[in-house]
Ligand binder design. Structure first.
Ligand code: PHE
Length: 343
């Protein structure tokens, strides 16, 4: 019996040491230590042995069982390690390593403040049933001017000088072309917002950039009036600035709205009593808006005797500058990390 035990031990240990895979090890384990394994059978039959040998054989069997178990375990570890080594050389990325960020050396990315406010505004308008539309940055003269009631030789074109391409197209000066494209595509009633990048041929200073961002908005339905416009604008500003704001409308001229307004908001810095930000007036100019001009509705194939609407154009750079007290518009495209990490 003792010889048999020695033999099982020797054979198993040798086989385990030369095993090449975890599956092979499992086979060996089952053959020796499994329910019908060679060692298990011996251990189970200990009771049949004469009492004189039972003790020594029992002890020996248990020792061998332990040795085999330990050998199996250490060989399994070895195999696992070599397969990891193999992975390190065969795979270009080790997903099990902790990221450099976990040790504090990697910088995480973030959204540009313009994107942040754009997404915020999109959410606000989506919740009010507006659809988000996109439009091309390189536009035709028709969509940027003509269909917005700004014919050639109209003086309003001077206010929005831009970059022209050699084939007669231009970089859009505002997001208002999205209004026209929206009307062409959709039937009234409609509610749309169109965020995007716009361009002007300007010399730059603290409050002028050649490239900036707007969100256009338009609502067309039966009997839309200035009161609808006021409600939506107040709701928008209340949600952006997270408090109730007072607004006022002053006349403003844009060929594509009639009447047209400049919308002012009470100065949030001084609360309306007058300070340097609002130039002692208590009000700051926020956005231009108005009721859509009948000629523009007609360009969009909408009958002005049946439908009316309001439109507005929100300057995102200005809005963020007001929200955070930023004093130079050129920071936005500077790519300066010292500016960007603050948002
Ligand atoms: N498109 C105008 C601008 O950029 C803003 C505007 C939009 C005014 C909609 C009125 C209505 O100056």
């Amino acid at each position: 019996m003792e010889n048999k035990l020695e033999e099982i031990k020797k054979q198993t240990v040798d086989a385990v040491r030369s095993a090449k895979t975890a599956d092979e090890l499992e086979d060996l384990r089952v053959r020796v230590l499994g329910r019908k394994g060679s060692l298990t059978i011996i251990l189970r039959s200990l009771g049949d042995l004469p009492p004189e040998t039972r003790g020594t054989i029992g002890k020996k069997s248990n020792e061998i069982k332990k040795i085999i178990e330990e050998t199996l375990e250490s060989r399994l570890n070895e195999l696992n390690e070599t397969s990891l080594d193999g992975l390190v050389t065969s795979e270009w990325i080790d997903v099990t390593l902790s990221s450099p960020g976990a040790t504090g050396t990697a910088k995480t990315g973030r959204l540009h403040p313009i994107s942040q406010i754009q997404y915020e505004i999109e959410d606000i308008f989506t919740s009010m049933g507006f659809e988000i539309l996109d439009g091309p940055e390189a536009e035709t003269e028709y969509y940027n001017f003509e269909a917005l009631n700004i014919p050639k030789h109209h003086p309003a074109r001077d206010m929005q000088d831009t970059f022209w391409t050699e084939d007669g197209n231009l970089l859009r000066t505002h997001t208002s072309p999205i209004q026209v494209r929206g009307m062409e595509k959709m039937k009234p009633p409609l509610r749309i917002v169109g965020p995007g990048r716009v361009f002007r041929y300007e010399s730059t200073d603290a409050s002028h950039e050649n490239t900036f961002y707007q969100v256009e908005g338009m609502m067309i339905d039966r009997d839309i009036s200035v009161s609808h416009l006021i409600y939506v604008m107040k709701e928008l500003l209340r949600r952006i600035f997270k408090r109730d704001v007072k607004i006022r409308l002053r006349p403003g001229y844009f060929p594509f709205v009639e009447p047209g307004f400049e919308l002012d908001m009470n100065c949030l810095i001084c609360g309306g009593t007058g300070c340097s930000v609002c130039k002692q007036s208590g009000w700051v100019e926020v956005l231009p808006c108005g009721l859509v001009h009948p000629a523009v509705l007609r360009y969009g194939n909408i009958d002005p005797s049946q439908w009316s609407g309001f439109a507005f154009g929100l300057g995102l750079n200005r809005l963020i500058m007001m929200k955070y007290g930023i004093n130079d518009i050129r920071h936005f495209l500077s790519g300066d990390e010292r500016f960007l990490v603050q948002f």
